[in-house]
Design a protein around this ligand. Structure first.
Ligand SMILES: [Zn+2]
Length: 446
């Protein structure tokens, strides 16, 4: 018996123009054959074929790959919720639950570029073992950071909490020790916070490098020696350049590059995940989620800058991967994973077909470059059936009502979305109010 998906319009994720699918055959969870041809093609189906799905008038495409999804963050409203208030045990169970939501939204692979404890590793292994349903996961652990890097959120007299997403590595020995410990604990990749956002260090806004290039090289060399790939959060253009020189495998954000720095990135061939979704969600809809006007205004200013430089980067041939920074309350699991493809069209100037490749085959670079991301012979049969044509309107991929079926390794995924509706209170918040209550606000000016 060979399982087959028949008919439909095939978008295979490679960037090839859409084709009329006759059948896609699946053996042992992998794609054994993809046969395209005109509607009047009368070739007989393979012998012993079991029709899994008739996709007539549907789009058949690879499962979405989100190369930037933090499964341990737990829909955090801020850094204290991200770092402090949930136990490791609860984070793992919660992360497992969220992984199901991610899969049911059509995302069959994610890269988790940094989080607390070994949550992403545990969730990955539980899915791999068949205990629970979830996407394929490439997992990092805590970000290696310094006192000028992202994830060192608190004053020096507090330090980096053990439960937080940052591992403070302020000297070479602690960098080496952290990389070795993470490798021992089973990460797929090492995450570096290569830059940070610090209003003290860069009063005009922007981003400052967290490490010197020689320090980055020590981290990267040790990770590579242990067979682990490396990605880096790098908004500062100088950090991007230093990461390229240090041999980082792929980069995140890159929104404060100069044109010259873009040229160096393009020449390097190193892919970039801009992760626009988080910031665009705040800029466009932050008011719906209670973001402060000051934050919305600052993010809008950053976005004007990053849209200009990142669309230039796309035109210069920088390889782009889709990733959404899901895991925050403005980017909850299962909601916005396909939005980055829309933003690659609206903000970077891509065609929908190009954007789909960036959200499938290109993004797969962060997870399993040879195994997922496209519907080609030999790859895992991770397949979406969409009611509609995403080349006409890329936004339909965000509408879960349009997802008729999700297959992971050829197995159909239950799409009962009642589970997605379950919400629970945040663990804890020490915030008493968002603003000030003054006498005049109650009794008027005196
Ligand atoms: Zn992130």
């Amino acid at each position: 018996m060979t399982d087959i998906i028949v008919n439909g319009t095939l978008i295979d994720g490679t960037g090839a123009p859409p084709a009329q699918l006759r059948w896609l055959a699946i053996v042992d969870g992998r794609i054994a054959e993809v046969v395209c041809g005109p509607a009047n093609d009368s070739r007989p189906l393979p012998p012993n074929a079991n029709i899994l799905f008739d996709a007539r008038d549907r789009t058949v495409m690879p499962g979405i790959v989100d190369s930037h999804c933090h499964i341990s963050y737990g829909v955090a409203r801020g850094m204290e919720e991200q770092d402090l208030y949930a136990s490791a045990e609860y984070r793992a169970i919660r992360g497992m639950w969220h992984a199901g939501e991610v899969l049911r939204s059509g995302v069959t692979s994610i890269c988790d570029p940094g989080g607390s404890w070994n949550v992403a590793i545990a969730v990955r292994d539980a899915i791999k073992a068949g205990m629970f349903e979830g996407p394929r996961i490439a997992a990092a652990a805590r970000y290696l950071t310094s006192h000028t890097g992202l994830a060192d959120y608190y004053p020096t007299w507090i330090g980096a909490p053990r439960s937080g997403v940052g591992a403070l590595t302020n000297d070479v020995q602690s960098m080496l020790t952290e990389v070795r410990a993470q490798a021992k604990n089973g990460v797929d990749l090492v995450k570096i916070a290569a830059s940070g956002e610090s209003s003290i260090l860069s009063p005009g806004g922007g981003s400052v490098p967290a490490f010197r290039c020689d320090e980055l090289r020590i981290i990267v060399d040790e990770a590579h020696r242990l067979g682990k790939r490396v990605t880096a959060h790098a908004r500062s253009g100088q950090a991007i350049v230093d990461c390229i020189d240090a041999g980082v495998d792929w980069l995140q954000h890159g929104d404060f590059m100069t044109r010259e720095q873009v040229g160096k990135l393009a020449d390097s061939g190193i892919p970039l995940c801009p992760a626009l979704t988080l910031n665009v969600n705040i800029a466009q809809w932050g008011h719906l989620a209670g973001c402060s006007q000051a934050r919305i205004d600052r993010i809008k200013r950053d976005l004007d800058n990053s849209t200009e430089i990142l669309s230039y980067a796309h035109r210069q041939g920088v390889r782009m991967m889709c990733g959404t920074d899901s895991g925050f309350a403005v980017t909850p699991y299962g909601e916005w994973h396909a939005r980055e493809m829309e933003l690659f069209v609206s903000h970077l100037g891509m065609s929908p077909l190009q954007a789909i490749s960036c959200g499938t085959k290109e993004a797969a670079f962060a997870v399993d470059p040879e195994g997922v991301g496209s519907l080609e012979k030999g790859r895992w049969a991770d397949v979406l059936i969409i009611n509609g044509d995403p080349l006409q309107d890329i936004r339909i991929l965000q509408d879960k009502a349009r997802i008729d079926a999700v297959f992971k390794g050829g197995a159909p995924i239950g799409l009962d979305r009642r589970a997605n509706a379950i919400r629970w209170p945040w663990e804890k918040s020490l915030e008493i109010s968002h603003g000030e209550l003054r006498y005049e606000m109650v009794y008027g000016a005196r």
